[in-house]
Unconditional design. Sequence first.
Length: 384
Amino acid sequence: MNKKAFASIIGLGFIAILALVFVLNLLIPDKSFSAEENRMLQEAPGISISAYQEGRLQTKIEDYVDDQFLLRNTFIKIKTSSEVTSGSLESNGVYRCKDNYLMEDISAPNQQYMTATIDALKKFRKKYSNMKMYFLLAPNAANILSDKLPATVRVKDQNKYMDDFFASLKKTGIKTIDVRDTLKSHADTVQVYYRTDHHWTTDGAWLAYNQAKSVMKLDDNIKYESYAVKNDFRGTLISKSGFVNGMNDAIKIYLPKAGQKNYKNSIIYYSDTKEKTTEFYKLDNLKKKDAYTVFGGSNHPLYTISTPTKSTEKLLLVKDSYANSFIPFIAQDYREIVVVDPRYFFDNINDIIKSNDITQVLFLYNANTFFTDDSLEMMLNAYN
């Protein structure tokens, strides 16, 4: 076989492989969630003139191709394995830190998303000017535990991003709940973040709740005891990074101390699964890979919490997964809480507010997610 014929065969074979990959990408159903990265994957975006003009359509198409590519997780594992083998301190956006901590890098705000989100929050606040509104933006581990980062690593200044956002919010009348000093002041005596997962611990959520309680003027005064229900938790940062040095963590749940007459049992109703329960903690989920789902199960688009408290206030809680371990505490402060996760909720939020007679609103996000996500803006603007 001459060289020209051989080159032609190689070229045709390469084209055939590309065509096969293209066809398989079209045929294989999209995945909505990555357990390895603990995040939602971009699915096929809806096409609209406004999205194209704002530049969001192009971004979503690029994210869609990246997230839904054939054998994506396999290629990620190959990449992270090579980085781990070479002794790298960083892999797939995760740093190998002191005291067996793994920490996600700090994400810079997507300025296009942030401008649109702040504008949407201003309009939302103006529309419901009679409601008290609060925003708790939780810092991430690489911010609060920056002393544990490798000496050669310099992460982005999340404090500046948060300060700028809080300054923008104060102009709207939405009160900010800043838990940075509270978490940092307790970090030497309390484990406020998991070593191998990006979430704060239940102890961290409890500290944040007490800060929120002060700002929101809540006065339930319930006394709790904490119980370790799992001592070998290894979170999603292990899978995402490929690092294996992270130490096992304990997952704790908080239960009210016995004999408290002011503690009231809640009824939780999950709209997506039609499940009704009085339990905030799904202990069977401790056996799953993502044991953090012990806090309320998977991320639900919408659910309600009814508690026979003295208060008649009704709260709309707009959140990401950081709120999941926070919710059992604040449930004692409101007659009803409607919990909405904008990443999964696609109905009319105005209808939810009206039909449930909402009187207060709390937004609760972690900074990394909030600064890089546009789902809140999309939800607030969808029916305005």
